[in-house]
Ligand binder design. Structure first.
Ligand code: A3P
Length: 257
């Protein structure tokens, strides 16, 4: 079990209205003052949108498809989260994202209990979840994408045509890899491989933090799992809220493949 001190440290508090883990809030100035080097690559994802997947893809490209090199450490150490100033660990589509996040909060003992699915629906649409509102995150980066060196990727696209999207990442990183290496990266970053890979599946994180018996970290990896969770009424209400919140943005998500 987690100590009371650790639990307090892990509660969500707010920075500029965005709920974040207390340990992040306490170190906010350090995080805000972070200065990137010109060739730094930042992966910016909303939680539960395929962060781990793109991390593994980027590292595989960086290491020219060398699987052994990508085994050198667990993924959260190879690509540390910038906002985890002090790692608290002691040792798509919007509907799918909400489903994934719900299951993640069920199993992640460091995040608030999500409550029932009905309760979580309200929490999520109101942005009262860790890292804030999904809508604000997506809109914000979408609006910035042409003003900075930003490669905007969709989980659904990587799912539909991994090779094409991995190629985009490769070009963005200024790398050029042989076709066979690309094919290998596609294979090594597949759902099945990453689910079994101890360097990506978080199996080394203690059960008191991530209880994978409740829900595995690499859970389903599909597009359209929301259909197994949303009632028709919820789906229609979600669509209406989505329309309002995303009004005026040109972003276009596909909801199924
Ligand atoms: P599900 O919970 O819907 O299965 P993050 O890494 O940002 O926490 O995102 C987690 C989601 O990405 C989970 O979705 C997980 O299964 C999925 N995922 C991780 N690796 C994947 C892969 N190689 N292919 C497809 N989906 C993957």
């Amino acid at each position: 079990a987690l100590t009371t001190e650790l639990r307090t440290q892990l509660q969500l508090r707010e920075v500029a209205g965005i709920p974040l883990q207390a340990s992040t809030v306490d170190n906010w100035s350090q995080i805000q003052n972070f200065e990137a080097k010109p060739d730094d690559l930042l992966i910016c994802t909303y939680p539960k949108s395929g962060t781990t997947w793109i991390q593994e893809i980027v590292d595989m490209i960086e290491q020219n498809g060398d699987v052994e090199k990508c085994q050198r450490a667990v993924i959260q150490h190879r690509h540390p989260f910038i906002e985890w100033a002090r790692p608290p660990q002691p040792s798509a589509n919007a509907k799918d994202c909400m489903v994934s996040y719900y299951h993640f909060q069920r199993m992640n003992q460091m995040l608030p209990d999500p409550g029932t699915w009905e309760e979580y629906f309200e929490t999520f649409i109101n942005g009262k979840v860790g890292w804030g509102s999904w809508y604000d995150h997506v809109k914000g980066w979408w609006e910035m994408k042409d003003s900075y060196q930003i490669l905007f990727l969709f989980f659904e696209d990587i799912k539909r045509d991994p090779k094409q999207e991995i190629q985009k990442v490769m070009q963005f990183m200024g790398k050029s890899l042989h076709e066979t290496v690309l094919d290998k990266i596609v294979q090594e970053t597949s759902f099945e491989k990453m689910k079994e890979n101890p360097m990506t599946n978080r199996s080394t994180v203690p059960k008191s933090i991530l209880d994978q018996s409740i829900s595995p970290f690499i859970r389903k990896g599909t597009v359209g799992d929301w259909k197994n969770h949303f009632t028709v009424v919820q789906s229609e209400r979600f669509d209406e809220i989505y329309r309002q919140k995303m009004e005026g943005t040109s972003i276009n998500f596909c909801m199924e493949l």
